[in-house]
Design a protein around this ligand. Structure first.
Ligand SMILES: C[S@@+](CC[C@H](N)C(=O)[O-])C[C@H]1O[C@@H](n2cnc3c(N)ncnc32)[C@H](O)[C@@H]1O
Ligand code: SF4
Ligand code: SF4
Length: 390
């Protein structure tokens, strides 16, 4: 992330007060071209609810005035929004670091070219396995692996040395746990960093959990961790996360902070979320496709709309501060790296230093060719592909 003095001051202020919304997520659409096994967002795709470019532009101006340093545009699949490149430009022009989160599977290279020409230098692409068959199974789309990896290598070549950061987003589940160290090596080889997000499984409402995200998660019991040929859940998770922590210490491009990796290890073993509070609505916030402001990805619609004429005044008011505190304070927790790792970054010196080091260090490997990237495909063992349930 390239930082000017103004942005650096905002980050410093956020670190001291934890009350500057330095990060904002905009889910530009719920539409998607895929139907991934663990995700249900695509069911709610509705073009009619989405904002127009001039409204997104107004939103970007507001973000800048509120102090937002980094915005990610996700979804759904952002490239399902016909003008996402123009939408991204609104944020770039407002002086905000912009990241596009995409599955990259059916995205023509010309659309990446256009986004880059508009100033986008940061892309996160989802990849959950080095086994094409396993990834295609997760995405429910034949050829997804090959298409995503060839687009990754294309982006690495276009953006090498231009100051942006390319990231693989990998959802950790029963299907890929033992693959994570190799995923790090692959990311490093192709000029990417990597971020690991433990799978969120549908919470059990009979346990008194609110099930906020039930709409957006598909229940796939076979993706939850279980005992396997590699051992008990605890042993499997410890072995892999100890390796990841060691690799990170040795300089591997793992984006998650060490405190977050430790929390992920506990979550995967016990289902317990981090208990050290959450800064939703103060350090970060989220906006839905229709422009509804929420404090995080778990949509509660009790807040003003981002384009409401009074929004900025409201955001700075005592009543908002109280409302957001009550909501975040009564939440059962989550493991979303974009939110919880932002908290780790500002709550712990270790998290802050690690993120700063990773963001500021010069670009690593020169980009590999698409053939080299594709040669990491694995066919050596049968991929576990249990029957889909439910
Ligand atoms: C919802 S997608 C939106 C952007 C884009 N469509 C993509 O797949 O990268 C953002 C991230 O959420 C992850 N995700 C989806 N369902 C999840 C779940 N149940 N638990 C954890 N992460 C999930 C995806 O794998 C992806 O990396
Ligand atoms: S994870 Fe991304 S690509 Fe997959 S269905 Fe959800 S929104 Fe679409
Ligand atoms: S822990 Fe925070 S970021 Fe996560 S769902 Fe709860 S309020 Fe939102």
């Amino acid at each position: 992330m390239k930082l000017d003095l103004r942005k650096s001051l905002r980050l410093a202020q956020a670190a001291v007060t934890r009350n500057v919304p330095v990060y904002a997520h905009f889910g530009i659409t719920h539409r998607c071209d895929l139907t991934c096994k663990m995700c249900g967002i695509w069911r709610y795709g509705n073009k009619k609810e989405e904002l127009e470019i001039h409204e997104i532009n107004e939103m970007a101006q507001r973000f800048a005035r509120l102090g937002v340093v980094q915005t990610s545009i996700g979804g759904g699949e952002p490239f399902a929004y016909e003008n996402v490149e123009e939408a991204a430009k609104c944020f770039v022009d407002a002086g905000i670091n912009l990241r596009l989160l995409t599955n990259a599977v059916n995205v023509p290279k010309e659309r990446f070219d256009k986004a880059i020409a508009y100033g986008v230098k940061n892309f996160s692409i989802s990849l959950d396995s080095l086994y094409p068959a396993r990834f295609d199974y997760i995405c429910e789309f034949d050829g997804a692996w090959e298409s995503a990896v060839s687009n990754m290598s294309y982006l690495a070549q276009q953006l090498h040395g231009k100051g942006g950061m390319l990231v693989i987003n990998c959802v950790v589940s029963n299907l890929n746990l033992e693959e994570l160290p190799d995923m790090v090596r692959f990311a490093q080889e192709i000029g990417f960093a990597i971020s690991f997000l433990p799978i969120e499984l549908l919470a059990n409402s009979s346990d008194g959990v609110k099930n906020w995200e039930a709409r957006f998660i598909r229940h796939r019991p076979e993706m939850g961790l279980s005992e396997g040929p590699q051992g008990q859940v605890g042993e499997r998770v410890d072995r892999v996360y100890e390796t990841l922590l060691r690799m990170k210490k040795d300089g591997a491009p793992i984006l998650n902070s060490s405190p977050y990796l430790e929390s992920s290890r506990v979550y995967l073993k016990t289902g317990r979320f981090p208990a050290d509070g959450c800064d939703a609505g103060s350090l970060y916030f989220s906006v839905s496709p229709n422009g509804q402001f929420t404090i995080c990805h778990r949509t509660s619609h009790g807040y003003k709309h981002i384009l409401d004429p009074d929004f900025e005044e409201y955001f700075r008011s005592e009543s908002y501060a109280l409302q957001r505190k009550l909501e975040a304070g009564s939440c059962e927790g989550c493991m979303r790296a974009c939110w919880i790792d932002t908290s780790s970054m500002f709550r712990t010196l270790q998290g802050f230093m690690e993120t700063a080091t990773l963001n500021l260090r010069p670009t690593g490997n020169p980009p590999v060719s698409a053939e080299e990237a594709l040669s990491w495909a694995r066919y050596d063992a049968p991929a576990p592909m249990p029957e889909a349930v439910g």
